[in-house]
Design a protein around this ligand. Structure first.
Ligand code: SAM
Length: 286
C-alpha cells in the first residue's frame, strides 16, 4: 500500500559494480558462514519487484552483504531502508551506498536474530491488524541456517502480533533453499506437505514467487534458491497458541512418518490427536 503524498523518484548515482565492491573491500565469501552473493542487479531488481510496491515504504533488509538487493531496494523509491549485517567487513561498502542515497539508508552492525525491529520505525506506520498491511516490508537473502529458524521465530511473532508485526501485517520476502520454499508453500495432500507448510500457512498467505538457480550466486551454492513472500492473515486458520499448534503439528507429522509408531505409543497418540484435532479443528492436517 503506497502512502499518498508527493512522489519523488530516486535513483542511485553510477557506482562501482558489486563485483568491484567485493574486490575493493576484499569481501571474499566465507564458506563457513554460508555466504553466497547475488551480483546481477537485474535479478536483485526482480526479487525486489516481486516483494510488492515499495513506494514510500520502510524496509528492513536482513543480511545485506555487499549490497546487491540493497541497491535494488534503494531504487524502488522507499522512504527508508534499515539494514542489519553481522559481518563487519561489509559495513564500509554499505556506508558507500548510504553516502550515495543521503538520508535513506540506515546501517546496523548486528544480528537479525536479536535485533529489535519493533523499535526502529515510526509509530505512525502502525496499522490495525484487520486493516491493509502497513507500508513496512522485510526483505532478505540470508544463509539457510539462519533463514529457517528466523521464519519460525517470525511466525510466532505473527501469532502474537509482536516483533516486526507491531506495525500490523508486515509483509516478508525471504530466500530459502528451494526444497524449504516448496515445503513452506505446499498445499494439503502434496508430497512436500510438512510441519513447516502447516505452521506457515495457518498464519500467513505464503507464495513461492521465484526460483533462482544456484549458478546465479557467487560462490555457487549446491542447491537452487526459492524466494517466498509471506502476508500475515487477518485471522489465523487455527485460533490457538502458537506453541500448542507447533506441538500438535510436530506430533502429527511424526505420526504420519510411522517411525514414531512405537516410540510415542500408538493408541495414546491416536486418541490424543483425535481429541486435539476436534478441539482445534485442524482441517489442514494430512
Ligand atoms: N544479501 C546479500 C546478497 O544477496 O548478495 C548477501 C547474502 S549472504 C547469503 C548472507 C548475508 O547475511 C551475509 O552478508 C552474512 O554476513 C549475513 N548474515 C548472516 N547471518 C546473519 C545474522 N544473524 N544477522 C545479520 N546478518 C547475517
Amino acid at each position: 500500500m503506497a502512502a499518498s503524498g508527493t512522489l519523488s523518484t530516486f535513483r542511485l548515482p553510477p557506482l562501482p559494480t558489486i563485483r568491484e565492491i567485493i574486490k575493493l573491500f576484499r569481501l571474499q565469501a566465507v564458506k563457513q558462514l554460508s555466504q553466497n552473493f547475488l551480483l546481477d542487479l537485474r535479478l536483485t531488481d526482480k526479487i525486489v519487484r516481486k516483494a510488492g510496491d515499495l513506494t514510500n515504504a520502510y524496509v528492513y533488509e536482513v543480511g545485506p552483504g555487499p549490497g546487491g538487493i540493497t541497491r535494488s531496494i534503494l531504487n524502488a523509491n522507499v522512504t527508508e531502508l534499515l539494514v542489519v549485517e553481522k559481518d563487519s567487513r561489509f559495513i564500509p561498502g554499505l556506508q558507500m551506498l548510504s553516502d550515495a542515497a543521503p538520508g535513506k539508508l540506515r546501517i546496523v552492525h548486528g544480528d537479525v536474530l536479536t535485533y529489535k525491529i519493533e523499535r526502529a520505525f515510526p509509530e505512525s506506520l502502525k496499522r490495525r491488524w484487520e486493516d491493509d498491511p502497513p507500508n513496512v516490508h522485510i526483505i532478505g537473502n540470508l544463509p539457510f541456517s539462519v533463514s529457517t529458524p528466523l521464519i519460525i521465530k517470525w511466525l510466532e511473532n505473527v501469532s502474537c502480533k509482536d516483533g516486526p508485526f507491531v506495525y500490523g501485517r508486515t509483509q516478508m520476502t525471504l530466500t530459502f533453499q528451494k526444497e524449504v520454499a516448496e515445503r513452506l508453500t505446499a498445499s494439503t495432500g502434496s508430497k512436500q506437505r510438512s510441519r513447516l507448510s502447516v505452521m506457515a500457512q495457518y498464519l500467513c498467505n505464503v507464495q513461492h514467487i521465484l526460483t533462482i538457480p544456484g549458478r546465479a550466486f557467487v560462490p555457487k551454492p549446491e542447491v537452487d534458491v526459492g524466494v517466498v513472500h509471506f502476508t500475515p492473515l487477518t485471522r489465523p486458520r487455527i485460533e490457538q497458541p502458537f506453541k500448542l499448534v507447533e506441538r500438535v503439528v510436530q506430533n502429527a507429522f511424526q505420526f504420519r512418518r510411522k517411525y514414531c509408531y512405537r516410540g510415542l505409543g500408538f493408541s495414546n497418540l491416536l486418541e490424543w490427536l483425535t481429541e486435539l484435532r476436534k478441539t482445534l479443528s485442524l482441517t489442514n492436517l494430512p
